[in-house]
Design a protein around this ligand. Sequence first.
Ligand code: 5GP
Length: 178
Amino acid sequence: MQTIEIHGKKFLTSIPRTSIENEVKRVAAEINQDYKGKRPLLLGVLNGAFMFVADLMRNLDIECEISFVKMSSYAGTTTTGAVKQLLGLNESIEGRDVIIVEDIVDTGLTMQSMLETLKGYNPASINIASLFLKPARLKVPIDVKYSAFTIPDRFIVGYGLDYDGLGRNLPDIYDAAE
Ligand code: 5GP
């Protein structure tokens, strides 16, 4: 097991890049199947989902488009629970089949407020694809149609996810050591 340090905090390897690759391919295969004959708009949630959405899209063989949005920021190792605002949506999603692509659904509050906002723009459908899901932390019921990994209540970094700005470039996933 490899230990690394980010901002003085220790992290241990937990999910190797090969497992991530396999699970991303599995999720892409489900989307290819479900959206056959459609042209979904992937809405990548910055910053954390950038790597996931790139690899996911690379594995889609249906017609699809991509755009990026951002919710207000997240600092440290716990979710603030503050109301978040959707930024950067500058095209119409009316009548579109939208797939929100998120890095991790933790309390679900971010996805809840994003869904509420997006539904107001009358898309044909909205589903969520999240790389990670922490069911033990959910505070609101969120239907995550596609998820690569269900993980315990631990803070993770790597593959796009950061610890105070660092660690996004790590190709594997690391868990915070106690
Ligand atoms: P939620 O609103 O569901 O509580 O929080 C979702 C956001 O919190 C994610 O998009 C992510 O940015 C951040 N987050 C939640 N858990 C973790 C974690 O374990 N590691 C990292 N790096 N970010 C997390």
